[in-house]
Design a protein around this ligand. Structure first.
Ligand SMILES: [Zn+2]
Ligand SMILES: [Zn+2]
Length: 818
């Protein structure tokens, strides 16, 4: 009989749900395990392969832990605010709230069909006041500490989405992370969260968490710590100073000119009349350039002289002050001292504009490049001469500090997190702007500031919330005058920066989350999701976690102790996309084969962290494994039902077939455990497939007691990777309690793992050439790898063509050559 997948899967899903099998007991914290996947973004109504690949295998890991006796908490929710729903509304006229709620209903149904152990009591969504009220609370807490502030700054603007973007949302090629449009720069007043206050801790904390090295490296580079000095240069003929940050203060004698960012506040003041119009033209010409374009190393250097001079404090020389687009106001102080002898960009600029170049580090004799950026003894540097870079740095910093013209300084590349968006579908910012009092925070008791339903979505460069007069016009809470609400909404990454706390009790209404439970259940033990979040969500969440700790809401330092990124599923080698027409629709295959087969196949495809390539043939092969497994349990069900096997057997008292299966099932268990524990699902499933072959060969020659011993272990290993089938087989083997209600795991009989060895005769054209010792039951491939190491054998096959190989397990390997 064909395994009736759909029928059996709905049966178990119904049973699990009705019996609340996956409701977490939060009071028992012994062996607690918080297993989390990145929550779903309900912009479409359908789960795709990527979702399945994130959720299914992670649930398998969690189920394995559950069977091992862990108290597992596995929640699911919806990251429900965001641009796609709003853009969809602009296109179709369907309100984002209506489309989002509908999508969530459809997605929930699909999620249930995967058959994960989600605790549905913990389900949450971010687009309801019950949740976003606490984003507003978080904003106000940050505001109180001076960590939420508003400033006018050049920001990234997406002309297509008509909103600003955080730096993290601009891709390496200068395009919008959401829509791919080229991002431009605009000066706007925006809200920021001061993530830079945590730069040092965000860096050092990386050493305490078990994350993929690549992700940690991306965060380290994004934070970009560098140590150097801040130095003041007097402007000639003025009492003004230009401050610069440099990582190479040792090259100060080689500073032959200075460059200010075109937007630097001193530019207007110091520019001489002669250069005013050139400066103004230049500023116009770079207005729409992105930071990425401006700092591109391949772009030809441009710049304009201001006519002003600064004094190099170390030698009193007058050096010209220029402006150039490659200097940014947002990095360091917005000004640099240019040292063309030791900096490639400065060299290029100096060459183009005929500015002096002085080497201050002696390059090796065979060096024939331009700027020399490596280590070497200082030259042309008076009291630094002869010192290597590190020592020269120390000495010049001492000198600068002594003279009061500079000091040691650490600089970070990380900028503050820009969180305001000129869009509708997000959390309103809880601030009122009063003409008398200025910025007035909404009082906590007046939260939530509810997002109104009635608005005009069409983007017009300012927030759609300005179109709802009832929302926007308000009386100032301080003085009562006519005032206006802040019309912007928060970046949705605010919503996801703390959601893992809220899952513990998503309906609590007098605090953001249940901190008694958080004390016991946070940090998250295992977090699984896409690597694309490395410098966004995964950085923001760490920042907010540390902030919540500092205001007494958490005691741990990090939100996610372990992190794994799933790989990507491709189809015929290509990324799945609608335009290529190669999207695999999970529904189609789960309908045909059941969700267990679909999950099994995804896991079997390749190493989890790399992903794999889809094949219709592949899933059919996985289905055959499921069919044969079900057939095995159905066939033996009657025989084994009432057996009561022991935990262990004395191997020597078993028959040859029993002994062989007993060993095999213990070996499989041993391997399976090691593999699943490390998210190596493909090899764990391969071990099960191999076990099935052995079982089918020999099981009927074993006593019913040993048969049940083997089947019980098989069912238990099946349950994490194919949960519905696992429960079904467990029952067929005569077990009356269900596995996930009453978790069972078996310990390996170590004695059964001891390998016996056998002697294998190696023949070439029928003549015995060598005898090789190998572990019993070694397969052909392994024996061949051994015999290829024997000179006695290889000298008879070298230079000849192998026409045939005959392998008799544990006995003979015969090679026929011509
Ligand atoms: Zn965009
Ligand atoms: Zn007021």
């Amino acid at each position: 009989m064909r395994y009736p997948a759909n029928e059996i899967e709905s049966k178990w899903q119904k049973y699990w749900e009705e019996n609340k099998v996956y409701k977490t007991d939060f009071n028992s914290t012994e062996n607690k395990l918080y297993c989390l996947v990145m929550f779903i973004y309900p912009s479409g109504a359908k789960l795709h392969c990527g979702h399945w690949y994130n959720y299914g295998p992670t649930d398998t890991w969690a189920r394995f832990k559950k069977l091992k006796g862990y108290n597992v908490f596995e929640p699911m929710g919806y990251d429900a605010f965001g641009l796609p729903a709003e853009n969809y509304a602009i296109k179709t006229g369907i309100h984002p709230q209506d489309s989002t709620m509908k999508n969530i209903d459809d997605i929930r149904t699909q999620l249930k069909r995967i058959g994960c152990m989600y605790d549905w009591n913990a389900e949450l969504m971010t687009c309801v006041p019950e949740y976003y009220k606490w984003n507003q609370w978080l904003f106000l807490e940050l505001y109180k500490k001076g960590l939420a502030y508003r400033k006018n700054a050049p920001v990234n603007w997406c002309p297509n989405d008509q909103t600003v973007l955080a730096n993290e949302q601009v891709q390496a090629d200068g395009t919008c992370e959401r829509c791919g449009a080229v991002v431009i720069q605009k000066n706007l007043t925006q809200w920021f969260f001061k993530i830079t206050d945590y730069a040092e801790e965000l860096l050092s904390g990386l050493d305490t968490i078990n994350w993929p090295e690549k992700t940690k490296l991306m965060q380290r580079n994004w934070i970009g710590k560098s140590t150097g000095a801040e130095i003041s240069f007097k402007i000639d003929g003025s009492n003004r100073e230009i401050k610069v940050f440099t990582t190479r203060p040792d090259t100060l004698f080689g500073a032959t000119y200075m460059v200010l960012a075109p937007e630097h506040s001193l530019v207007d003041e110091i520019t001489t009349d002669e250069f005013k119009s050139a400066i103004s033209d230049y500023r116009d010409s770079i207005k729409s350039m992105t930071e990425i374009d401006r700092t591109s190393t391949i772009k030809e250097k441009t710049g304009v002289n201001t006519g002003a001079f600064a004094i190099n404090p170390v030698n009193g020389k007058k050096i010209p002050v220029w402006i150039a687009d490659y200097v940014l106001t947002t990095y360091g102080t917005g000004a640099i001292m240019a040292v063309p002898g030791q900096d490639e960009r400065d060299w290029e600029f100096a060459e183009k504009f005929n500015l002096p170049i002085v080497r201050t580090v002696q390059p090796p004799a065979d060096f024939n490049g331009k700027a020399y950026t490596e280590d070497g003894p200082a030259i042309n540097s008076d009291f630094l001469n002869g010192l290597y870079v590190e020592d020269a740095k120390k000495k010049i910093i001492e000198w600068l500090e002594e003279k009061g013209i500079g000091k040691k300084k650490v600089n970070y590349r990380l900028r503050d997190w820009l969180i305001s968006r000129q869009r509708y579908w997000g959390t309103p910012i809880p601030i009122i702007h009063c003409p008398q009092c200025g910025e007035v925070p909404v009082e906590e008791k007046a939260l939530p500031v509810k997002l109104p339903y009635e608005v005009e979505f069409k983007p017009a460069g300012e927030s759609p919330l300005t179109t709802n007069k009832d929302f926007i016009n308000v009386n100032c809470p301080k003085c009562g005058s006519d005032a206006k609400r802040d019309p912007d909404t928060m970046d949705t990454f605010v919503d996801s920066s703390w959601y893992y706390f809220r899952y513990l009790n998503p309906h609590i209404d007098n605090q953001p989350f249940d901190n008694t439970l958080a004390e016991k259940w946070i940090p998250v033990d295992m977090y699984v999701g896409g690597a694309e979040h490395a410098t966004m969500h995964l950085l923001y969440a760490r920042f907010i976690h540390k902030f919540l700790r500092d205001i007494g809401y958490a005691s741990s330092d990090e939100p996610f102790q372990n992190l794994i990124h799933q790989g990507t599923i491709t189809n015929q080698g290509a990324k799945m996309s609608k335009s290529k027409g190669n999207v695999v629709n999970p529904d189609e295959f789960t309908k045909e084969y059941g969700s267990d087969v679909f999950r099994l196949y995804l896991m079997f495809m390749g190493p989890y962290e790399q992903g794999g390539d889809w094949s219709d043939k592949g899933i059919a092969g996985t289905d055959r494994f499921v069919q044969r497994t079900y057939d095995l349990f159905s066939r033996l069900s009657e025989t084994v039902k009432n057996e009561n096997p022991a935990d262990k057997y004395d191997i020597d008292k078993l028959s040859a077939e029993e002994k062989s299966l007993y060993k095999k099932v213990n070996e499989s268990l041993n391997k399976y455990e090691e593999e699943i524990n490390n998210f190596r699902f493909n090899t764990a499933i391969a071990a099960l497939m191999e076990l099935l072959n052995e079982v089918n060969k020999n099981i009927e020659k074993c006593s019913p007691e040993i048969q049940k011993f083997v089947l019980n272990r098989f069912a238990v290993m099946l349950a994490p990777v194919a949960p519905h089938l696992g429960e079904e087989c467990w029952q067929l083997a005569g077990n009356t309690e269900t596995l996930f209600e009453n978790p069972v795991w078996y310990t390996v009989d170590e004695k059964a793992l001891i390998k016996e060895t056998v002697n294998i005769a190696i023949q070439v054209n029928g003549k015995l050439r060598d005898t090789i010792q190998a572990a019993a039951n070694s397969d052909q491939e392994f024996v061949k790898s051994l015999l290829l190491k024997s000179d006695k054998v290889t000298k008879h096959i070298e230079g000849k063509t192998i026409v045939k190989e005959i392998f008799v397990k544990n006995k003979i390997y015969n090679i026929v050559v011509k």
